[in-house]
Design a protein around this ligand. Structure first.
Ligand SMILES: [Zn+2]
Length: 185
């Protein structure tokens, strides 16, 4: 079915020749190859939030629930007129829980902001990886991945490097780029 699809699409988009068998009849785009089960040609994942909001909001909600429970207990004892040190302790506990809930919420908010910033840093890398991925083709006859623009075979290692989406600090990114620059082959 996948090969039928690729044959239908051949009329619309010209495919590059495979660098090994010099034919294009079994050449698939990266997307077609991925859909037909070549998992190593999976499109680079879009950078998302690493911290799940719910993981951090959950404890805050529990704390607020506890605080509400204690407030009702305090109110109930206040109405029944017991009062005393027990009541003071409960008021303090309630206040502590509310403060804790606020602190947890604040930490949660800060973490979400931070992971958003980190995701933003990864977008340029993702853009690059996606662009690289679009240029990749797969020859089913030779089971090889190649670059459609350069007509060169892409090794497994090179493929990982092409599709890597990583947030690197700017200085480190520059260093590794100059170090990994293929000035001679
Ligand atoms: Zn081939």
């Amino acid at each position: 079915m996948a090969s039928d699809q690729s044959r239908q699409q051949q009329g619309q988009t010209a495919k590059p020749l495979c660098p090994r068998c010099h034919k294009e009849d079994l050449v698939k785009t990266s997307l077609e190859a991925y859909r037909s089960g070549i998992s190593r040609l999976a499109p680079p994942p879009m950078p998302g939030r690493q911290t799940r909001m719910i993981n951090l909001v959950g404890p805050a909600v529990v704390l607020v629930g506890l605080a509400i429970f204690f407030i009702f207990v305090v109110l109930g004892e206040g109405v029944s007129g017991l009062g005393g040190p027990g009541l003071v302790a409960q008021v303090i506990i309630t206040l502590l829980i509310i403060v804790a809930a606020l602190v947890v919420s604040f930490i949660a908010f800060q973490r979400v902001v931070k992971s958003d910033a980190e995701a933003t840093l990864r977008y340029p890398a993702w853009d690059r990886a996606l662009e690289n991925w679009r240029h990749l083709y797969y020859c089913a006859r030779d089971d090889l991945i190649f670059d459609g623009q350069q007509g060169k075979v892409v090794s497994e290692e090179a493929l990982k490097a092409l599709l890597r989406v990583e947030a690197e600090p700017p200085q480190v990114a520059q260093q590794s780029r100059s170090a990994a620059a293929p000035s001679h082959s």
